[in-house]
Design a binder for this molecule. Structure first.
Ligand code: DGY
Length: 343
């Protein structure tokens, strides 16, 4: 009988996906809640043909180099910035990911955060819990209108487009910036293309949906934050390092912008004594964009399919790269290899 391929799965994922992998492979599963230490990953991949990993596992050149039999890396996420794609490509190892199945869950969470920051929901909850709700206040907890405001979407991939759709549902004027113009979506959704600096200057809400690449690292830094309106709200459900968190703390303290709502931070997790968590005008949740039962199950099935396709030598949904121009307020415009926008 043919031996089953050995695969290393770095965390328990929904059973729907795990079951599929177990049927075909010899599965080694890391049962810990926290990511496996690097030395464990290095040891486990030594004889593996497949690796199913999470965004919190650094799959760098060292890990890839330590896995001579590796035939596929399957990421249980859409973003793949934790994986050295160059090192995998050099070895001919496909890197699978899970585009599409988490789009609406993430767009819903983006809008939940946007609304929470605009209408000061967490301040309201704290007030009630602390017994400070004493009467109906004509001037208490006044927030910003979402309906009819201008939304700036940075990165018009699948998730950015789904957020733009929700914005249109709120009768928002939606600007977008992306390295590639999307005339079809402009026409379908009534979106307006803007250069990043113009978007930052005009939007009441700026929502980030770019992948994390060297070019988008700190895309929103001091210069970008100072360009935004003092009444503007920044929402980040993409990747933490797209925002310079120190500059953001200063911006929120000094009123360069009104508020921020973050699903992702740099670092992750954010230490409980981080200055951002002391600010009333900042909402932070623990990277839960795709955290619905359905989305996570679909991600598990897709990650399993990608792993099995790779182990069987067939193609899987790979995270591609393309040449394009990205606008970075701090580093100017340049032609570069970037990943597809977060999908
Ligand atoms: C992703 O898929 O990249 C999200 O950040 C987590 O689901």
């Amino acid at each position: 009988m043919k031996e089953k391929p050995i695969v290393y799965v770095t965390r328990r994922i929904p059973e729907a996906g795990l079951r599929m992998v177990r049927e075909v492979c010899d599965v080694r599963l890391w049962e810990g809640e926290l990511p496996p230490p690097k030395e464990v990953i290095l040891r486990e991949v030594a004889d593996c043909e497949g690796l199913l990993c999470l965004l919190s596992d650094p799959i760098d050149a060292e890990v890839i180099g330590a896995a001579p039999r590796l035939r596929v890396i399957s990421q249980y996420a859409v973003g793949v910035d934790n994986i050295d794609l160059g090192a995998a490509t050099a070895r001919g190892i496909p890197v699978g990911h899970t585009p599409g199945v988490l789009t609406d869950a993430t767009a819903d969470l983006t809008f939940a955060l946007l609304l929470a920051a605009a209408r000061r929901i967490s301040e309201g909850i704290e007030k009630v819990k602390a017994g400070r709700w004493r009467t109906w206040e004509p001037l208490g907890l006044l927030g910003a209108d979402v309906w009819g405001a201008t939304l700036g979407v940075v990165g018009l991939g699948r998730i950015g487009a789904a957020v733009a759709r929700r914005g249109r549902g709120f009768q928002m004027h939606v600007l977008y910036h992306d390295s590639i113009r999307k005339p079809d979506l402009e026409a379908e959704l009534g979106l307006e293309y803007a250069e990043l600096d113009d978007l930052l200057a005009q939007a009441d809400f700026v929502s980030l949906h770019t992948p994390l690449t060297p070019e988008t690292h700190h895309l929103i830094g001091e210069e970008a934050l100072r360009r935004m309106k003092p009444t503007a709200i920044l929402v980040n459900t993409a990747r933490g390092p797209v925002v310079d968190i120190e500059a953001l703390v200063q911006a929120l303290r000094e009123g360069w912008i009104a508020a921020a709502a973050l699903d992702v931070t740099d670092p992750e997790p954010l230490p409980p004594d981080h200055p951002l968590l002391e600010l009333p005008n900042c909402v932070v949740v623990p990277h839960i964009g795709s955290a619905t039962v359905t989305a996570r199950e679909r991600m598990a099935v897709m990650a399993a399919e990608n792993l099995l396709a790779g182990c069987g030598g067939n193609g899987c949904r790979t995270a591609s790269t393309r040449k394009s121009t990205i606008r970075n307020t701090q580093h100017g415009t340049r032609e570069t290899e970037v990943q597809e926008p977060l999908q």
